[in-house]
Design a protein around this ligand. Structure first.
Ligand SMILES: NC(=O)C1=CN([C@@H]2O[C@H](COP(=O)(O)OP(=O)(O)OC[C@H]3O[C@@H](n4cnc5c(N)ncnc54)[C@H](O)[C@@H]3O)[C@@H](O)[C@H]2O)C=CC1
Length: 291
């Protein structure tokens, strides 16, 4: 298939494009600004440009990973969050609908309020508690309304070697400090961009359009995530201190429990995501190889 990927130079986009190519797809990398590795420059806030790009590139499918992902930034500037995540997605969805291109929209666990104590399924009602989550949910709604052939894929706690992420930050801080406070009362499923990309590629093989949760198996707190990161990297000089989220300086209220259950994949008998610890091990090996 000929697949156009928005946000191709982002953390997920970079790995996704590579794996799509490795599995035989033709990839059109689209980035907001000119970039050495991108094929197309496209700001999704410009509807005419979005429409013209799709007309020129004629992809068989579009994977929309571009977003304003800075959660605290979204909280401070909700208009920007809604402009990029809601209106930008609306533009991409409308252009796809007009040209009958199936779309994959990457969404988030932050569409949920985190009040449950068991994993969220695709059939649980969303109820975002911050502007990032609300703007991503508005993006989901645009895709649902405009595109008959859509996959909405909610994922969470992403990490990959091509972007800023939690285990990467822990390893950086461990080079400078001996003690680190880490939030202990928020739980999720850490998910690698590689594991997610592999699962996405398998999803595209079927026309079973709809909403999916894709995250690695298992769950943990940020504190346990940090512990495992240090352990796998062989770092023992750092003492981690568990703290409640309310002591972490952030303007954003985050869901306390947002573990995603891959319920639809389970029901379809094709839930084969790796455990988060396994995905983290692969990430740390890749980081070591990069040095
Ligand atoms: N990072 C995480 O932990 C999670 C991310 N997600 C979702 O996964 C997707 C990918 O996330 P990441 O790779 O972490 O994001 P990222 O921040 O690394 O990449 C986002 C990309 O979007 C592009 N972009 C922003 N505004 C744009 C515009 N106006 N026009 C065109 N491109 C624009 C940026 O240039 C960047 O390349 C996003 O949709 C995000 O909401 C979902 C759950 C968790």
């Amino acid at each position: 298939m000929r697949i156009l990927v928005t946000g191709a130079n982002g953390m997920l986009g970079t790995d996704l494009c590579c794996l799509l190519e490795q599995s035989g797809h033709e990839v059109i990398r689209s980035s907001q600004r000119e970039h050495a590795e991108s094929d197309v420059t496209l700001d999704i806030l410009d509807f005419s440009a979005t429409r013209a790009t799709l007309q020129q590139c004629k992809p068989d499918m579009l994977i929309h990973t571009a977003a304003y992902t800075h959660v605290d930034g979204c909280e401070r500037d909700p208009d920007r969050a809604f402009q990029i995540n809601a209106l930008g997605t609306w533009h991409v969805a409308a252009a796809c609908a007009e040209q009958d291109i199936p779309i994959v929209y990457i969404s988030t666990d932050f569409v949920f309020d985190g009040r449950k104590t068991t994993p969220y399924t695709e059939f649980d009602p969303p109820n975002p508690i911050n502007h990032y989550g609300a703007s991503k949910l508005a993006g989901e709604q645009a895709v649902q309304k405009l595109c008959r052939r859509h996959y909405i894929v909610r994922t969470q706690w992403l990490f990959g070697v091509h972007g800023k992420n939690f285990p990467g930050t822990i390893l950086e801080l461990a080079q400078k400090r001996n003690e680190l406070p880490v939030v202990v009362d928020q739980r999720g499923s850490p998910t690698s961009t590689l594991a997610l990309s592999r699962a996405l590629i398998k999803l595209l093989d079927t026309p079973l359009y709809g909403t999916y949760h894709i995250a690695c198996k298992g769950e943990c707190s940020w504190f346990e995530f940090a512990q495992k990161t240090l352990e796998l990297a062989g770092i023992s000089h750092v003492t981690l201190h568990p703290i409640p989220a309310e002591q972490w300086p952030s303007p954003t209220h985050r869901p306390a429990y947002s573990v995603l259950r891959r319920y639809v994949l389970e029901l379809q008998g094709r839930d084969d995501l790796p455990a988060w610890q396994e995905a983290l091990e692969e990430f740390i090996e890749l980081l070591k190889a990069k040095k």
